[in-house]
Design a protein around this ligand. Sequence first.
Ligand code: UT7
Length: 332
Amino acid sequence: MRKSKIIGAGHYLPERIMTNDDLSKMMNTNHDWIVERTGIEKRRWFVPGRDSVTSMALEASKMAIDNAGIETAEIDFIIFATITPDYFIPGNGVLLQRELGLQGVGALDIRNACSGFVYALSIADQYIKSGMYRTILVVGAEIQSSALDKSDEGRSSAVIFADGAGAVVVRANLDSDSGILSTHLHADGDFAEELYVKDPGSSREVRISQEMIDAGGFNLYMNGNAVFKHAIVRFYEVIMEALEANQMAVSQLDLLIPHQANLRISQYIQQKLGLSDHQVYNNITEYGNTTAATIPIAISEAVAGGRVKDGDIVCLAAFGSGFAWGSALIKW
Ligand code: UT7
């Protein structure tokens, strides 16, 4: 059967490194608290005037295309996951398409936050399996740092979220049984306001006002405890769902690449599944939580670092705003 295979991955991280000590100069926090509660030691913030969501995505995409060993012109569709687009309208897919010189190629935006990349990959998989497209560029890129409340009030989110981009090239594979085995998507909108950015919203009489700005509605709001409690349940469920759908046991999993939400969440899941350190990929210590970008950045690093080999069983899993969550099981 026709399968979709990730044939190349790439990533880009802005040069500006923000350590926990840097943040403690802006808000009432400290290195030990951040490391103990989140595992994060540093993160990247974009360089204003130099980095944009599009420019970061472009660098990640070029690397993915290079690593895939294909020509840019072979890409016949783009799926772009971000909740921090450069413009309110249009989405970021078309901006990346323009920079890649792929005028005419379709571009789709996905707004499923931390699960955005898994949702995007699932769509790419369906388009490829159906025969509609052969080679799809799937991107996750975010600039979160410009929407963080850097006062004491926003400290629990401000220390977690960060900026970066990752991309993969997905191509139809007719020759072997390797590729995406299945994807599993879920959401529960009852919890939409537990992790959200309220403004600007179309259903206000005035879309943007000074009042909204003063009230902080443009900043990311997160009920950290609620997110944490749901995340640990849903991550586990959706990983098990993927394994069960393919009649596989946890012991067959070579690598779990979880969305990098919080190191404590990943460690909890690791323990619950009984996985070794080698079976779980973590880079949140270095980069923080880059929302839709964490998984493609991790894939890019894991492949480059030899953590993923041909034939390996790899599970991607994500949970975040929406609440939305999902997984993908892949035979590499
Ligand atoms: O991608 C998916 C999105 N996000 C997540 O997955 C995040 C999920 N949630 C979390 O990671 C955690 O809930 C947080 C890291 C956000 C918070 O950790 P927590 O262990 O749930 O802490 P808490 O919110 O219960 O706060 C504990 C204490 C509070 O002080 P008091 O009331 O005990 O005096 C907070 O005010 O820690 C305080 N606190 C901080 N202290 C220093 C909260 N943020 C900070 C901070 N620095 N940055």
